[in-house]
Design a binder for this molecule. Structure first.
Ligand code: FES
Length: 178
């Protein structure tokens, strides 16, 4: 594939760099993808784990990485981008070491999730949704129903699902994520 530059934007304090794009699907990552291939009926289906591999290796999925996935799986760039941008779990910009998702949909909102979200933004120093803290530690976003409406406020920190988070519990919980 062509070597395009990959730009890391100045999103939320992450330093801006421009470096030649290094393909993800070489060596062990390519072998992993080939091992997965027989388990998926179509290239469209295989795209989902391919994107997880990219995100695991790079932390986010750049335009150049989307182009590489399209080339490897013989899918159009528009299709790949459509999938990446449909799911909130795929990152289209650099994020902090810990990615926090907070439910603020109506049932949680009326039970106080906005106060919890505000406490998380204060504790992390992110300041606003989608921004990354200046130390690169956290990125916070709000999401739709996490399926735990009876346990307000539910949040996800990376792959950890945590229920009944209150503003008072925020420091203790987030201290576990250095
Ligand atoms: S509305 Fe928040 S978990 Fe369902």
């Amino acid at each position: 594939m062509s070597l395009k530059s990959e730009q890391t934007s100045a999103h939320g304090g992450v330093p801006e760099t421009t470096a030649p794009y290094q393909p993800v699907f070489v060596g062990a990552a390519r072998a992993e993808l080939e091992r997965l291939r027989p388990s998926y009926p179509t290239m469209q289906a295989l795209l989902l784990p391919a994107l997880w591999i990219i995100q695991r290796e790079r932390g986010w999925i750049s335009e150049a990485a989307m182009a590489e996935a399209g080339e490897v799986l013989k899918l159009t760039p528009a299709y790949v981008k459509g999938v990446v941008t449909f799911y909130t779990m795929y990152h289209t910009h650099p994020v902090g070491r810990h990615f926090i998702q907070v439910c603020t949909t109506s049932p949680c909102s009326i039970c106080g999730s906005e106060e919890t979200l505000a406490a998380i933004l204060r504790y992390t120093g992110c300041g606003e949704l989608g921004a990354t803290s200046s130390d690169g530690r956290f990125t916070v976003i709000e999401v739709e129903c996490l399926g735990a409406c009876g346990f307000v406020t539910p949040i996800m920190v990376d792959d950890d699902f945590i229920e009944s988070v209150t503003p008072e519990r925020v420091p203790d919980i987030l201290a576990r994520y250095p």
